[in-house]
Design a protein around this ligand. Structure first.
Ligand code: ADP
Ligand code: MG
Length: 730
């Protein structure tokens, strides 16, 4: 039988790698002037200063820098300046830009146009439109906070994140970062609780600083998110219904070569990818996103980009812009950017490392200095973080729980589902001294390291080595929360960190204040407090290999939680402890928290449901036909061979093998179909349970046979691009 399915064109994909093919002439490439381009499309402080009346600028500045309440009367002046700036740059529309609980961003455009009634029009944009918007909110997830007939939702201008201009094909539009809430005032977005949590942390950290005798200054949380991703040629992508529909491959056998040669990580970036990254960076620079780091990651076809850290709120907005820019620019290079946590089985998945710290305008409060044993203020804040992590392991775990991340956390891939904290040798030692002697007298010094070659400089050595396996690691002057999924918004994990640490600082401050009123000196009270607190968090510190199977047992002995999957972790969100916490610090009301829980469970259910359906469809309509075609070829060959008296054992043996797999596949598709038909109950939690208990195993069973077939069905009959092609043609 001849080929029925047209085999996709690997050569066409490979050809995309040549710059000439992309119409890019190296010499003609415009030189980028970093200083000119950066922030070009942002209505930032310098634009405001130049365009706003001085008192308005001062009022705005005070809101942005000190978090003071915004005088509503400034909105009109800001709106006029913003509009003029945007229109000068070719904008025709504006939109309130917000972050609903889908984890993506949303926008609804309105033009600046106002007809004047005489057949002509002027442009207009006032304070009212700047401050408040009213998108029809009925189709955004609300988790029961809003019945569909109560469609009203409001967006509210966030002056602490600058407006920016998006350049689309054929025109530009002004984006105004906003918070999004229901008609009744419940938060329906990711930004609102983040801002509330930043406020809580600011309040408590300021209070602590005052106890330490520092002048009261605003404290802000900072974020630096590292983003991992895959790039595949669109030639392959659109031929994989699983990639298109689910963002990950549901089938695909391990290629003969995977990541075992370790030849990709930090290797020189392929030309086509570099060209892509340059364009992503250019677009992000214009938007004022300070992207800086870029490199190849561990898996073939996997890369990472990261910005320089910023205040948590703009950083979270910028992270969203980074993901959307990475996706849209890829298409210009005939590539598709995959942000899914596990696009390919058998090679590393993608995560997002959330570097997090907090500090005043001129002091990072998590900077230990060279002699941390002396830096009692640092030890105080560091203890607060450890105390928070120990108490709220469940919340940190739940904050990164979603269907995509289940393929990484607790699934033999970094980091594990057990939340622990890496401190490093030097700090570990300081805390041990504190515990034993009630005071720390020395810090293991880091010193200089010679490389045994005179011409090479002596390098300053870090006091602690890195630990790549820890989900929450102290890395010099910040904590790195490594368990985030690559596709997820950083807002909720950051919200959780801010809130739990605010609570811990609050408690430590209260204890300290009590001791002081009893007449203790500040130094004594503090040392005593810290020495006692160690017992609250000692068990969560782990400096060893988090991937080792022994760690799982050890963690269990220590009483640490091991919430392996999304559906183990999510219910913890709404425990009494966590409900009380979020309410106490005004971050999420009970209703808001419940609604989030419901939405996250629903998202899990829908994601796996779609995978189950897609898997059935591909297996039934693409894989099974390819296998039976091959079987038919083999049988025809055997018959013709027998006709001319040739031996047929080999052909028949292969036919037998294919036939067995066809039988098995048929059975397993049928079993998956039965599960797909099941609703799994009425409420969303039981539906999600059905996904985990029944759909995932049934889909994995189908995958097992499909992947075996891929290894014997002829390449030209195989209907979907293989890992060998997708991961290596670049
Ligand atoms: P690595 O891959 O070695 O962890 P990267 O340079 O890729 O390091 O990323 C480190 C990230 O941490 C960067 O985004 C950096 O700006 C950020 N970072 C540094 N200091 C802070 C801080 N005080 N608060 C938050 N993030 C920080
Ligand atoms: Mg990192």
């Amino acid at each position: 039988m001849t080929r029925v399915v047209p085999r996709f064109d690997t050569l066409a994909a490979a050809r995309h790698t040549s710059p000439a093919h992309n119409g890019q002439d190296e010499k003609a490439r415009k030189r980028i002037n970093l200083e000119e381009v950066f922030g070009e499309n942002v209505f930032g402080l310098s634009q405001m200063k130049a365009r706003l009346p001085k008192p308005v600028y001062q009022a705005l500045l005070s809101t942005i820098q000190n978090g003071s309440e915004l005088d509503p009367s400034v909105a009109d002046a800001v709106a006029v300046a913003m509009k003029e700036w945007a229109i000068e740059r070719g904008a025709t529309h504006f939109t309130h830009w917000f972050q609903p609980l889908t984890g993506l961003t949303a926008e609804k455009h309105d033009s600046f146009l106002r007809p004047t009634g005489d057949g002509r029009a002027i442009t207009e944009f006032g304070g009212k439109e700047l401050v408040q918007g009213e998108p029809d909110a009925s189709s955004f997830p609300s988790g029961g906070l809003r019945a569909t007939f109560e469609a009203r939702g409001y967006t509210a201008w966030d002056p602490t994140s600058p407006a920016f201009l998006m350049e689309g094909p054929g025109g530009a539009y002004l984006c105004i970062p906003t918070a999004f809430a229901s008609w009744a005032g419940d938060a329906l977005d990711k930004k609102t609780p983040l801002l509330r949590s930043m406020h809580a942390l600011d309040q408590q950290a300021r209070r602590a600083l005052e106890l330490f005798g520092s002048p009261a200054r605003p404290v802000r949380a900072t974020l630096g998110p590292e983003q991992e991703f895959f790039l595949v040629d669109e030639e392959f992508y659109y031929r994989r219904p699983d990639l298109v529909t689910c963002g990950r491959t549901l089938f695909g056998t391990k290629p003969p070569k995977g990541q075992e040669m370790e030849d990709h990580y930090f290797g020189s970036i392929p030309g086509r990818v570099l060209e892509y990254m340059n364009e992503v960076e250019l677009e992000l620079y214009k938007l004022g996103v300070p992207v800086t780091t870029r490199h190849n990651e561990v898996a073939p076809g996997q890369y990472e980009m990261a910005p320089i850290y910023e205040g948590a709120n703009p950083a979270a907005d910028h992270q969203q812009l980074m993901m959307s820019t990475m996706r849209s620019v890829a298409r210009k290079h005939a590539l598709v950017c995959l942000l899914h946590e596990k696009p390919f089985q058998g090679v590393n998945g993608s995560g997002k490392h959330l570097n997090w710290s907090f500090g005043t305008a001129d002091q990072n409060l998590l900077e230990p200095g060279d002699t941390p044993h002396d830096n009692i203020q640092f030890l105080f804040f560091c203890s607060a973080v450890l105390k928070a992590v120990a108490r709220h392991q469940d919340l940190l775990r739940a904050a990164v729980a979603h269907a995509g991340n289940d393929h990484r956390l607790g699934a033999n891939e970094a980091p594990p589902a057990i939340i622990s904290a890496f401190l490093g040798d030097q700090l570990q030692d300081v805390f041990e001294q504190l515990e034993k002697a009630g005071a720390a007298k020395s810090s293991k010094s880091s010193g200089l390291m010679g490389l045994g070659v005179k011409v090479l400089p002596r390098l300053p050595k870090h006091a602690g080595d890195r630990n790549r396996t820890s989900p929450f690691a102290f890395t010099g002057n910040k904590w790195e929360f490594r368990a985030l999924g690559s596709s997820q918004s950083v807002s909720f994990p950051a919200t959780v960190l801010n809130t739990i640490v605010a609570e811990a600082i609050d408690e430590l401050c209260t204890k300290l204040e009590t001791a002081l009123t009893k007449g203790a000196t500040f130094d004594d009270a503090l040392r005593e407090l810290l020495a006692a607190e160690i017992h609250e968090f000692k068990h969560v510190i782990f400096n060893g290999d988090n991937y080792a199977p022994e760690w799982v047992e050890e963690a269990e002995r220590r009483g640490l939680l091991n919430l392996r999957s999304t559906m183990d972790a999510l219910p913890r969100l709404v425990s009494e402890k966590n409900t009380t916490l979020f309410e106490k610090y005004g971050v999420l009301s009970h209703r808001e928290l419940e609604s989030r829980y419901e939405i996250y469970v629903d998202q899990y259910f829908k994601t796996v449901n779609i995978e189950g359906e897609t898997g059935q469809y591909i297996a039934q309509t693409m894989i099974l036909p390819a296998a039976t075609r091959y079987l038919s070829d083999l049988l025809e060959t055997a018959e013709r061979a027998a006709d001319v008296g040739m031996k047929t054992e080999g052909v028949l043996a292969t036919a037998e093998q294919v036939n067995q797999l066809v039988d098995l596949l048929t059975d397993r598709i049928a079993a998956l179909a039965v599960q797909n038909q099941e609703l799994g109950g009425d409420d969303v939690v039981s539906k999600a349970g059905h996904m985990r208990e029944n759909i995932i195993p049934a889909l994995n069973a189908v995958r097992d046979v499909v992947d075996r077939l891929e290894r014997i069905v002829p390449d030209d009959l195989w209907p979907i691009p293989t890992y060998r092609e997708m991961l290596f043609v670049k």
